[in-house]
Design a protein around this ligand. Sequence first.
Ligand code: ATP
Ligand code: HSE
Length: 316
Amino acid sequence: MIAPSATLQLEVPASTSNLGPGYDVLGLALDRYLTVRWEPGDHPLRVELGGTLGRLDPDRDLVRASLEEALGEPALGVLDVRSTVPVARGLGSSAAARIAGRLLALAARGGAAIGERPGPARVEREVRESLLLQVARAEGHPDNAVPSVVGGFVAASLDDDTLRWTPLPLSPSVGMAFAAPGVEVRTDDARRALPASVTHADAVANGARLAQLLAGLARADGDQIAWGLHDRLHTAWRWPLVPEADAARGAALDAGAWGVALSGSGSGLLAFGPVARMDEVAEAMRTAFAPVSGSEPACGFAVRRALVGAAATRGD
Ligand SMILES: Nc1ncnc2c1ncn2[C@@H]1O[C@H](COP(=O)(O)OP(=O)(O)OP(=O)(O)O)[C@@H](O)[C@H]1O
Ligand SMILES: N[C@@H](CCO)C(=O)O
């Protein structure tokens, strides 16, 4: 049984993924955060959940499960886990939780990953690559894990258990807004909804859109982004899982967005447009989702890219 020698605290940014045709490849860290604090103690680990995690069962917390899996033994003390990332809405909450648990385990074992210096401490390179591989394997895809650990906009792939990733340019003039209905879409379910194969024509068309999307995002070309967001690998099968998705996309476009894609596997949508329009776009989408009755109210907010990935933060 193990507890940290001093309080450990870290934050992990949310991530949106796919961005239309970049299925299982494109990922972007966003400025919503999972914050975790592990305090020493000599009693069995007590988990306290807050923010968007308040409805979850502390006994089945994914941060704790990842921490204890990585430790290989039970943890002691108090684990305070709170989040501003909506759960099962397409913002990579599960990847963030897995990253947090593994980073805490590394720090408790004396790894230099986090917690040794005051203020933000980035993850060391070797530790980072190993962590990325573990989380990408656990998730089954790398497009949430990579941006949440390294920050920014990335392309990532996990082929034959080899992880490759590269940063990508994103113009600061590209604004983004996220909104989701009150119902969740679990990634496992959304992956099961996909066909086993797609046509050659669809694969070619997707590559063409992806290339245009990346060029458009690099230089904030709204028309190019709008054209590039059309996807033929996953969206057609998942869009029907999101109630009022057509209404929310229409509302976003009416409010000035260039284009809209599923965020991750849904149920959230991510809109792109001029930075100055994004509060209104988010509110328009949220309003369109509001009539959907679910476990929680609809949400909507403008988002910005998070340049810094998972990092230690100074405790109180
Ligand atoms: N801290 C946590 N503790 C326990 N379970 C969590 C935690 N964070 C997320 N989860 C679980 O992860 C699941 C959501 O993960 P899922 O991969 O389906 O969606 P997501 O990661 O929020 O979005 P996406 O993968 O589409 O970007 C939920 O079932 C939720 O219970
Ligand atoms: N690329 C993954 C992201 C899920 O967060 C999917 O679309 O299933």
